[in-house]
Design a protein around this ligand. Structure first.
Ligand code: NAD
Ligand code: ZN
Length: 270
């Protein structure tokens, strides 16, 4: 039996969790960090992905930090969910996908209509007060204004926009996990709890080198779950996978789901 048919057979049983990484959003126009054209080619992660580096950049290279923030938010603003995001959302609506655990910070799963999304590394559109933990989300209009104002902002204005003051006196920051920071414990716990109830893990577009996210497939393997990997290349997790489909997410998922879709419709009619 060919691999697509075998995977389809597994998916038909439902009770699936998807673990997604930067690769699923690549065809939405968001380059993977390590891939060609990725943001770390222009901005060194030693400076721009951790707090001490960012503070230094704010103080001594305000125009560079502005370019970095702008590039990030413009990329996210211009991106739209692709076929793979939509198929995962449909799988949830049909009751065969329990949840998505994502390492992405781009909000595209939610934009595609997925509801149960566990964000291990946060979300660039959400801001959190570092003092009282209050949160807010940059919605479409506010995001546009944020980008517009940032384009000509001075150092002071960059700080005011990017790290705005909360009414409690603290400052908000983007609710994302930087290098050296802990993952949100609640989200990680939820991810493990979801995996405990699951039969199959669908790994999509993750290189499996960023921990602790990359430890989830090991946990799944130990629990005897079926692991299906979708990635154009082999990864550090391929040895755990029962099936590896060496294709882009936007090719593999429609191929698998086309037939699955028809069959579940038949089931609905019966
Ligand atoms: P990664 O950059 O380490 O690896 C991406 C993987 O996706 C690679 O294995 C690559 O072969 C694969 N890939 C590339 N194009 C693909 C496609 N069309 N379909 C399927 N797979 C494809 O990504 P990671 O494992 O998620 O780890 C990177 C970290 O960077 C994560 O923590 C994430 O938070 C962050 N990140 C997020 C975004 C985003 O939110 N969209 C983008 C870049 C990086
Ligand atoms: Zn506050």
């Amino acid at each position: 039996m060919n691999i697509i048919l075998k995977v389809r057979e597994t998916l038909e049983k439902g009770n699936i969790v998807a673990l997604t990484g930067a690769g699923i959003s690549e065809e939405s126009g968001i380059p993977t960090f390590r891939g060609k054209g990725g943001i770390w080619e222009k901005f060194s992660p030693e400076i721009y992905a951790n707090i001490p580096g960012l503070i230094g950049a704010f103080l001594f290279m305000p125009s560079r930090i502005r370019d970095f923030i702008l590039e990030f938010y413009l990329t996210i603003h211009n991106a739209h969910p692709n076929k793979a995001h939509y198929i995962l959302a449909k799988m949830e609506q049909r009751g065969i996908l329990n949840c998505i655990i994502t390492q992405n910070v781009d909000n595209l799963h939610q934009q595609a209509g997925s509801e149960n999304v566990i964000e291990l590394h946060g979300n660039m559109l959400k801001f959190r007060c570092t003092k009282c933990e209050k949160k807010y989300t940059l919605r479409e209009k506010r995001l546009e204004e944020f980008i517009y104002r940032l384009k000509s902002a001075s150092r002071r204005e960059i700080i005011r926009l990017f790290l705005p003051k909360c009414e409690c006196g603290g400052r908000y920051r983007p609710d994302v996990v930087l290098f050296g920071e802990f993952l949100p414990q609640d989200e990680l716990n939820r991810a493990y709890m979801e995996l405990e109830k699951t039969n199959s893990l669908l790994l999509i577009g993750t290189s499996g080198v960023v921990y602790p996210a990359a430890s989830l497939p090991y946990f799944a393997k130990e629990r005897g779950m079926t692991i299906i990997e979708i990635n154009p290349y082999h990864t550090a997790l391929s040895h755990l996978a029962d099936y590896t489909i060496l294709k882009k997410a936007t090719e593999a998922l429609p191929e698998i789901f086309e037939h699955f879709n028809e069959q579940s419709q038949k089931k609905f009619r019966n």
